[in-house]
Ligand binder design. Structure first.
Ligand SMILES: Nc1ncnc2c1ncn2[C@@H]1O[C@H](COP(=O)(O)OP(=O)(O)OP(=O)(O)O)[C@@H](O)[C@H]1O
Ligand SMILES: [Mg+2]
Length: 405
């Protein structure tokens, strides 16, 4: 039995052994790839652990098969990006695919009305060349970036490529900073809108938490029309079964229908939880097979481990009063969906020791949004930003009551 390793992979950005479901999302992306003139860019969004990163990774070979070039990066650390760094970011990412591309002297001379020194640097569009062209372009950062993108397209358009996809993960970290007079997010949107209008097939594929799209629209209202938003939700039951069964097809362990149903319920269909629970179940079952014991899913123990490994760290960041408010929210029948400030205020009257006023609730929800536990959608409704948080909070409250007894 030693030869078959536990195949399940709970972990941010870890490709699952089998990527279940998501057929509609792949079709939608395939449709976007058919565009000659880019009218729609992609926003791939969803709660933590719903599989955004791994789906974006899956899109890459799909795009490449259709002759798109793929560039991009993870923007986790990019909250303080300014306009100059976003330019560096784009040049760095672009240079990875353009560094082997030759371009003629006349392209440069005509393209930017400049300069022999560019040509001396190199005859390929490597990073140094891109920077040289960038620096020698007159105007604002936006003008320089647009020009670079035009020069690049001019150099590759006859090489049989469909275009370039700029894929940015964790893009909710991009922000404009009005107080510092820095607008990197608006700059990115303006740049792509402008070059796309000129018929250059460079497409944005942004992934991030549900705050991402509202943020784009807040920066530029036209972003509403510029993006096709694909929302990753929990997996359907049959997809959860596939996510469990397919990786185990050559494995000595087979799970009963009952075990699969149990894992489906425990995980709520959320991909990270499916991987997490299956990994635990697999380890337990392997041992029990060795001991000759009957197999059943140890739900209690697994939930406890999930609480410690996944939820507690996030919970620890909340203050006592915030926890109390989150507790009130977890009592709402719609806590796993959307709720309003009013819903919370009404519930707090019956469920909290001290009531919360609506301005207080408002204010606390926005600080919880900052800390990533709550998010506010464009219609002003709130949701938990972490899947199954409501159930975790209820478990905590029951534990708390039991301890107090
Ligand atoms: N379709 C799927 N089928 C099975 N497992 C999946 C699927 N999608 C994602 N997973 C698993 O779920 C976990 C989370 O995936 P991923 O890191 O891509 O989520 P995410 O939405 O990017 O999360 P975050 O918001 O934290 O960045 C990983 O362990 C991954 O292997
Ligand atoms: Mg991710």
């Amino acid at each position: 039995m030693g030869a078959f390793l536990n195949p399940f992979k709970p972990g941010a950005g870890h490709m699952p052994p089998y990527l279940a479901g998501r057929e509609d999302e792949k079709k939608e992306f395939a449709r976007l790839l058919k565009q000659k003139t880019i009218l729609e860019n992609l926003v791939l969004t969803g709660l933590r652990g719903t599989g955004k990163t791994v789906l974006l990774e899956t899109f890459k070979p799909m795009a490449q098969a259709e002759r798109w070039l793929w560039v991009g990066t993870d923007l986790s650390e990019s909250a303080s990006l300014n306009e100059a760094n976003i330019a560096t970011r784009l040049l760095t990412d672009l240079s990875v695919v353009t560094s082997g591309v030759k371009f003629a002297e006349s392209d440069v001379v005509e393209g930017i009305g400049f300069t022999k020194t560019v040509n001396k640097v190199s005859h390929t569009l490597n990073y140094a060349t891109l920077v040289a062209i960038y620096e020698n372009t007159p105007g604002l950062v936006a003008d320089k970036i647009k020009n670079i993108l035009e020069v690049v397209w001019g150099a590759i358009k006859d090489l049989g490529v469909s275009g370039i996809i700029f894929a940015y993960d964790e893009a909710q970290n991009l922000s404009d900073h009005a107080q510092k007079d820095q607008f990197p997010l608006s700059l990115l949107l303006d740049t792509f809108q402008s070059i796309q209008k000129k018929g250059i097939p460079f497409m944005l594929a942004l992934t991030g938490l549900p705050t991402l799209f509202p943020k784009l629209v807040e920066a530029r209202t036209y972003a509403e029309r510029m993006f096709r938003v694909v929302f990753l939700d929990k997996l359907e039951n049959h997809a959860v079964s596939d996510a469990i069964n397919i990786p185990l097809k050559d494995c000595p362990i087979k799970l009963s229908h009952q075990s699969i149903a149990q894992i489906t319920t425990l995980s709520g269909g959320y991909p990270y939880f499916v991987q997490f629970i299956c990994r635990e179940v697999y380890d337990v079952f392997i041992q029990k097979i060795d001991d000759g014991e009957k197999l059943s899913v140890p739900s209690e123990e697994i939930l406890r481990k999930l609480d410690t490994d996944f939820f507690v760290g996030r919970w620890a960041r909340a203050t006592d009063r915030q926890r109390e408010l989150l507790g009130v929210i977890s009592e709402l029948s719609n806590c796993d969906g959307e709720f309003s400030v009013q819903d919370v205020v009404v519930k707090a009257k019956e469920a909290a020791d001290k009531p919360f006023s609506s301005s207080h609730v408002n204010q606390m929800l926005s600080s919880l949004t900052e800390s990533g536990l709550i998010y506010k959608n464009r219609h002003g409704k709130y949701s938990f930003a972490v899947p199954l948080l409501g159930q975790f909070i209820k478990r905590q409250r029951i534990d708390g009551v039991n301890r107090a007894l």
